[in-house]
Design a protein around this ligand. Structure first.
Ligand SMILES: [Zn+2]
Length: 413
């Protein structure tokens, strides 16, 4: 017996559309046109583009202007004489999003406005109390509150915040973050004093979103790989971040490179992390310690230990980086064969070490990706560098307003 054909897609509404819903829908259509225009767009152009009447456009524009979601700006005249035309564009005063990030070497806070422009970016070293969740998140709360206050004088109101953490997240609970020594940390409770609602997400996912927003292809497909004490990946296909069924996609660090390789902290053997994490690279250097936690505690950044030795052409450092790059290339080849992405972005420690990694990564991809002979895969460092995750977190926070401007307007009334 065959199963009944199951129809996917939107269902028709159960009742007639209410007048206020229609008003909200029209407002969102107009706002999305202004957002997508990229440069100031006139009321007449908006009426033509949306099919709405001129009085409706005028009413909606008034509402968006009063809510500080848009602003009026002059439109270039194409050389013709006459009164300058006035167009509508996104406001840089009004709602803003806050991003917070815990990196290997410190903490970062960032605010972006509705246009996606970074308006505040601060960095602080890791608290000397180590990686205690209360101390780290307490310091981030202080930095977040400071950021919220700092942008107030720029007439920006932070609506929500997003925290980037180096590990898989379940709601607001950080399941495991080896770089911090955290397991089942309820980050939400520690951020209660921030003053705005705060979501928690994986740093590789947020960095991938940051790169997507910063890039010039809104429908791009790429893999963002973040190196560090752990290795994570953000998967973007056709402009959408793919989080997976339970939100835990991208655990590239635990993809097997060598079935009987070294034991990994996850319980398996021969994982990518045992070759290419910062600890693994440091561990392969004679005289260096793979106790990266101890190094950072005394204020030494493990990335700078590796780069200093690589710059000095230390043969052990170059061999360790070559081995890390090959293992990364092998793991990435599997992912590229399955996902069909044309670009791999190296982020986190991999961005800093990319000049030593990229050749061996490319060599493995060229050898192992079946389509590479006629369609080469681009491998390059990220656009946003080490700030990708914190900017991505701030952009994710403001994205809610960009998608649903009525939620902001409802707060204002
Ligand atoms: Zn593992």
């Amino acid at each position: 017996m065959t199963a009944a054909f199951r129809q996917n897609g939107p269902r028709p509404p159960d009742s007639a559309v209410r007048q206020e819903d229609l008003r909200d829908l029209n407002l969102e259509v107009v706002f999305q046109r202004i957002l997508g225009a990229g440069s100031p767009i006139s009321r007449t152009e908006l009426a033509t583009a949306t099919g709405l009447t001129r009085p409706t456009i005028t009413r909606i524009a008034e509402e968006l202007l009063a809510g500080r979601l848009i602003t009026e700006k002059g439109v270039p005249h194409n050389g013709r004489a006459g009164r300058p035309r006035v167009g509508l564009t996104l406001s840089d005063r009004g709602p803003a999003g806050l991003g917070l990030d815990i990196r290997a070497d410190g903490l970062a806070a960032c605010v972006v406005d509705l246009t996606g422009t970074v308006r505040h970016l601060t960095f602080a070293p890791m608290p000397y109390t180590g990686r205690d969740a209360g101390a780290v998140l307490g310091e981030l709360t202080r930095m977040g509150r400071e950021a919220i206050e700092a942008v107030m004088i720029k007439e920006l109101t932070v609506v929500t915040a997003t925290l980037a953490v180096p590990g898989p997240v379940d709601g607001e609970v950080v399941r495991v973050a080896p770089a911090l020594g955290w397991r089942d940390v309820d980050a939400g409770t520690f951020l209660a004093d921030l003053g705005v609602p705060c979501a928690v997400d994986n740093e590789a996912n947020l960095a991938a979103l940051g790169e997507l927003y910063a890039g010039d292809d809104p429908l791009g497909s790429f893999l963002y790989v973040s190196g560090g004490l752990g290795i994570g990946a953000g998967i973007v296909l056709d402009g959408t971040l793919m989080r997976g069924a339970r939100g835990w996609s991208g655990e590239l660090g635990h993809v097997t490179v060598e079935s009987e390789g070294a034991a990994c902290a996850c319980g398996s053997r021969g994982c990518l992390a045992t070759y290419a994490s910062t600890g693994a690279i440091l561990g392969a250097l004679p005289g260096a310690t793979n106790r990266t936690d101890a190094l950072e505690f005394v204020g030494i950044n493990p990335d700078s230990v590796i780069t200093t030795r690589a710059e000095a052409a230390d043969p052990a450092a170059l061999a360790a980086l070559d081995r890390a790059g090959s293992a990364l290339g092998i793991a990435l080849s599997g992912a590229v064969n399955v996902l069909d992405v044309g670009t791999v972005l190296l982020g986190g420690s991999f961005a800093l070490l990319s000049s030593w990694l990229v050749d061996s990564v490319r060599a493995e991809i060229d050898r192992r990706v079946v389509t590479a002979s006629w369609s080469p895969v681009t491998v390059r460092p990220t656009l946003l560098g080490p700030d990708a995750a914190v900017i991505g977190a701030a952009l994710t926070s403001i994205d809610q307003i960009r998608r649903r401007p009525t939620t902001w307007l409802a707060r204002q009334s």
